[in-house]
Design a binder for this molecule. Structure first.
Ligand code: HEC
Ligand code: HEC
Ligand code: HEC
Ligand code: HEC
Ligand code: HEC
Ligand code: HEC
Ligand code: HEC
Length: 203
């Protein structure tokens, strides 16, 4: 008991300026949904799923919650996807079979947590400041949403008018891309064009 009180006093003194550390707080055996209860019911990508200040006040005198980061998609339902249980085995299988359409980085090593949130939000236990590597990348979604047909399929998740063409696609890119003059890495095309596609008789 003394030790807990000591910890709490210590915590309230320390929390003013530092960034929020998931590593530290998950080490206290706190659950994702204790702080992010809104995630379980959320049906829209724009929902604010960050905790309210009240989630902190058992341990801190005061706390500041930053505004949520902007996201690049407009359609996503946490509630619907969480009904599927832990999707990590699907992602693991795609990686193991080399069906995954983006560089894998260290994703595979983070898919054995049995925490359904961490199938998409990986590496939380090691994160001192949440960032892009803790968010799903597009290839995660495409493991199941595997019909790729730009620009139509893009609108399942992105806004209709979102600028989704990469900067490489300049005005004459169609001619340029088949000229042999560009030194592009073909593996980087797959996430938007798929691995098997047809286009005007050449492919
Ligand atoms: C003690 C409370 C607490 C716990 C437990 C917690 N989080 Fe968080 N989480 C926060 C706070 C506060 C933020 C906002 C701070 C920030 O973005 O740096 C945040 C931010 C996030 C973000 C980024 C949101 C954004 O756009 O900035 C994600 C994703 C996230 N948490 C997922 C999780 C997952 C998954 C778990 C469980 C493995 C978890 N959190 C456990 C408090 C918590
Ligand atoms: C199938 C993948 C997937 C799973 C599983 C998943 N998330 Fe997310 N999460 C996303 C995506 C995509 C976003 C960004 C779009 C959005 O905010 O809805 C996101 C965003 C978030 C954010 C930031 C929202 C904001 O306010 O900016 C939090 C917090 C979060 N998730 C927590 C959780 C928690 C907690 C769980 C488990 C109960 C969970 N997620 C499970 C894909 C997932
Ligand atoms: C179960 C108790 C508990 C809860 C709930 C809790 N914290 Fe903490 N928090 C701690 C402890 C313990 C520390 C460690 C203090 C230290 O190491 O300086 C800490 C440290 C911090 C720090 C300083 C981190 C650092 O690296 O020095 C911040 C910022 C913080 N917490 C924010 C929050 C926010 C925001 C919430 C609510 C979303 C929250 N905490 C909820 C116990 C808690
Ligand atoms: C494990 C497989 C799986 C993964 C991974 C997955 N989804 Fe889904 N998703 C489904 C299924 C199944 C449905 C329901 C059937 C349907 O509408 O296609 C669905 C439905 C959707 C819908 C339509 C929902 C609605 O309200 O009509 C969107 C949008 C979506 N997913 C976005 C995403 C995004 C974004 C990601 C990645 C962060 C993702 N999905 C990852 C399986 C998955
Ligand atoms: C099943 C959902 C889904 C589909 C379908 C989808 N994307 Fe994405 N896309 C995502 C997610 C998730 C991210 C990463 C999250 C983020 O950037 O906020 C992303 C990121 C991107 C980005 C990175 C820049 C940005 O906006 O943040 C581009 C560019 C992109 N997608 C283009 C496309 C194109 C082109 C298509 C159609 C061929 C497409 N996407 C189809 C889910 C999807
Ligand atoms: C005139 C024939 C021709 C047409 C038409 C054409 N391509 Fe290509 N494409 C090529 C050639 C040749 C390459 C190989 C270039 C290289 O290796 O430098 C290529 C490479 C690619 C690649 C890299 C991956 C791969 O499979 O080689 C993508 C992606 C691609 N094209 C997309 C498209 C799309 C999308 C269209 C339709 C809008 C299209 N192409 C139309 C000839 C064509
Ligand atoms: C971030 C997603 C993304 C990536 C990565 C990507 N493309 Fe595209 N690409 C698009 C979109 C979106 C279009 C436009 C589709 C439409 O409107 O018909 C397009 C169109 C094209 C076209 C038709 C000409 C044009 O500019 O519209 C060619 C050729 C093409 N891409 C080749 C490639 C090649 C080769 C690569 C890999 C080096 C690649 N793309 C990587 C998203 C992408």
């Amino acid at each position: 008991m003394t030790r807990i009180i000591f910890l709490l006093l210590w915590a309230s003194a320390a929390c003013a300026a530092a960034p929020f550390s998931h590593r530290l707080h998950l080490g206290l055996k706190l659950e994702c949904l204790t702080c992010h209860p809104a995630a379980a019911r959320s049906t829209r990508a724009g929902d604010n799923l960050l905790p309210t200040r009240e989630a902190c006040l058992d341990c801190h005198e005061d706390a500041a919650i930053p505004p949520p980061q902007p996201v690049g998609i407009v359609q996503f339902s946490h509630a619907l996807h969480l009904k599927m249980g832990d999707v990590a085995p699907f992602l693991a299988q795609a990686l193991d079979h080399q069906d995954y359409l983006q560089p894998a980085g260290s994703i595979r090593a983070h898919l054995n947590t049995h925490n359904p949130c961490e199938a998409c939000h990986r590496g939380m236990e090691e994160s001192n400041q949440v960032g892009a590597s803790n968010m799903p990348q597009m290839a995660d979604c495409l493991v199941c949403h595997s019909q790729i047909d730009p620009p139509f399929s893009c609108e399942d998740c992105h806004a209709k008018d979102a600028p989704l063409k990469p900067a490489s696609h300049t005005e004459h890119f169609l001619t340029l891309h088949s000229s042999g003059k560009l030194q592009f890495d073909k593996s980087t095309c797959a996430v938007c064009h798929g691995r098997t596609f047809q286009c005007m008789g050449c492919h």
